[in-house]
Design a protein around this ligand. Sequence first.
Ligand SMILES: [Zn+2]
Length: 260
Amino acid sequence: MPAPRTYRAEALVLKNAPFGEADLLVTLFTREAGKVRAVAKGARRATAKLVGHLEPLTVTRLALSRGRTLDVINQAETLESFALVKANLTAVTKGLQVAELVDGFGSEESPNEPLYGLSLATLAAIGRSPDAELPLLYFHLHLLSVSGLMPELQDCVECRREIEPERHRYSADGGGVFCPDCTPHQSGLRPLSVRALKVLRLLARSQPTALPTLHLDASLTQELRTTLTGTVQYWLDKEIRTNSFLNHLARTERTGTARG
Ligand SMILES: [Zn+2]
């Protein structure tokens, strides 16, 4: 039996771009079918009703038709606009990083409901506390987990012995922590502080709706960021575009605090 020509989906809008004279090309991460690229016909005309429901970082309910190459969006209705995320520059930049990474790790024709749920929970957490570091760190770690790429944090990747505190190193391309006796050939082996390892282990077993209350000082935050974005970037195999602007915002914030 051929697939039906029209279908419904719930999706997070990842990005959109002008397409042809008046159309909009929208990249969606759907709960039902993974990543979908679809066209909203005439969406850039002044009278278009669809466009407001197709802004990046909006959860929308859609009616679509299958096309030869690209599907066509017939209807869209906003379910969640994440207004708190869009109201704050730092929050929206973090939100766009979530969208960029879902675009990078999500696949077409391949649903990943845990990744869908993780993205929405992360955006909600960013909206609640735009300046908190944990939501995005949590997202990076669990993005790896729901993609089947979770770094090992308990036992040595090589010999499987339990890691003793202060006697470990970390490698993104090696797949996690190594004991001092095992020296893999990967170039990316580097120190990881005990407190960073503890935060990673804690985040690994936390829920996105109940993130632990942790005070992270600047150096620990930086170490966790470097470790996690380094690992995510290794698997993504390209630069995370939103990172430089996020780092710029973090630097401005720190200077602002120092002056105040
Ligand atoms: Zn070992």
